[in-house]
Design a protein around this ligand. Structure first.
Ligand code: CTP
Ligand code: MG
Length: 408
């Protein structure tokens, strides 16, 4: 109770001009976790809670969480924890059967003073606050629609049935992320007029005749859609073990070496150098048996003085069972980052009779490089003149050398 004569404190949070609708009402059928995707845990916290953390670190906004029917209470718990002092800014509403219906449910509860609306997928759980700031900046500069984008790194092929009929020019393509932002009236009008399901909010607004502009997205804002995405997100947020032999600034740059061997005989398809090799015999191992990725991890950890692959990815880590190169390399990159280091370059050589790496060398280098935040990765391959276990076709060996440098 307040002492007699004192004045009750009033909320001094100004009414924000920006709102964000966080759509979290999907079932996550492709993830198939048995519960709605937004409530799947990354560490101690759910996907939704992680998504909201980034949002509450961005400039103050009205935050509307759109939850699956029956899960509103769970969403409110996550939102209240993430909001801390910003609880007055957030509310939870029930979503609809489609993403578009869920966005519409959010639009219905915008506060009167809101001028700009951002729509964000909770499934992009690790989106940094900067992306929100860039989208808001472009809206304030007068854009009718803003989409964060990433360059397309994969070669995109056009198919007819099972046959490749052409390669699409990558320079004309871009990958759209969220949060996508719009002036409120434009978004409301476009949603009121939408008479079909569109792929995203920019498409709804484009159908109403407005041009959208782009800002830089962020690789870490990837959407958690499949099990592999979930593995990658979990790897990125898991706590970092303390370094056994921390690296002094004076020692940099430093090289490290890593080797790995896996025998053929696993289930499913072969994964090597970050690529799936349909029709080739699989390698066995706790994870996907990608000896190339594992050799690179060992080389990077050795160069960084952070132990080896067993220190960080042992068989006691079930989340790495079946994981692919991206999850291992992404986590390694995070470990290096925490230690104030970044990857200079990586060179890896594969000894194997099969598969024939030469034809997919560029593809492998692109995938591995992307997983390491864009650092150069060279992949070479050799056979051993029929000698040894690789010559006999019993397995694959990989040898990697990595250079690490100070992060700044
Ligand atoms: N979403 C929503 N309401 C729906 C469908 C989707 O709010 N009816 C949200 C999801 O919760 C997610 C975002 O839209 O944050 C992007 O959708 P997607 O990644 O496709 O999620 P899901 O639809 O849940 O997954 P899936 O398509 O695999 O079922
Ligand atoms: Mg979906």
């Amino acid at each position: 109770m307040l002492p007699r004569g004192s004045v009750a404190p009033v909320s001094i949070i100004p009414v924000p001009r920006v709102a964000v609708i966080v759509v979290a009402a999907g079932s996550g059928s492709r993830l198939a976790a048995g519960i709605p995707k937004a409530f799947v845990g990354l560490d101690d916290h759910t996907i939704l809670r992680h998504a909201l953390r980034g949002i509450f670190e961005a400039p103050p906004m009205q935050v509307i969480v759109v939850a699956p029917a029956g899960r509103e209470g769970d969403a409110l718990t996550d939102a209240e924890e993430a909001a801390a002092d910003g609880r007055d800014l957030m509310s939870v509403v029930t979503g609809g059967p489609s993403r578009q219906a869920s966005v519409a449910a959010g639009l219905a509860v915008l506060w009167g003073d809101v001028e700009y609306v951002l729509v964000h997928d909770a499934a992009r759980a690790l989106t940094p606050p900067d992306v929100f700031t860039r989208v808001i900046g472009a809206l304030e500069a007068g854009a009718a629609g803003v989409v964060p984008v990433m360059p397309v790194v994969d070669t995109i092929r056009q198919m007819e049935g099972d046959t490749i009929v052409g390669v699409v020019d990558r320079s004309s393509l871009t990958a759209a992320q969220t949060p996508q932002g719009f002036p409120r009236r434009i978004l409301e009008t476009a949603y009121a007029a939408a008479d079909q399901e569109y792929t995203d909010d920019a498409a709804v607004v484009a159908a109403a005749g407005h041009a959208t502009t782009t800002v830089a997205g962020d690789a870490i804002a990837f959407k958690i859609t499949t099990r592999a995405d979930l593995d990658r997100a979990r790897a990125l947020v898991s706590p970092l073990p303390k370094s056994a032999t921390p690296l002094g600034e004076s020692a940099l740059p430093r090289v490290g070496i890593g080797t790995d061997v896996h025998a053929f005989g696993g289930d499913g398809s072969l994964w090597l150098a970050g690529l799936e090799w349909p029709g080739e015999q699989a390698l066995s191992g706790h994870s996907d048996g990608d000896a190339v990725a594992h050799a690179i991890v060992d080389a990077l950890l050795a160069a960084s003085g952070l132990g080896d692959i067993g220190t960080h990815f042992g068989t006691d880590r079930p989340e790495y069972g079946g994981a692919h190169a991206e999850a291992f390399l992404g986590r390694t990159l995070a470990l290096l980052g925490e230690a104030g280091l970044r990857v200079g370059n990586v060179s890896v050589q594969v000894q194997a009779r099969r598969p024939r790496l030469a034809g997919r060398r560029a593809e492998a280098e692109a995938v591995l490089s992307r997983a390491l935040g864009g650092a150069p990765v060279s992949v070479s391959a050799t056979t051993t003149d029929g000698l040894g276990f690789t010559g006999a076709g019993e397995g694959v060996a990989a040898f990697a050398v990595a250079l690490v440098v100070p992060a700044r």
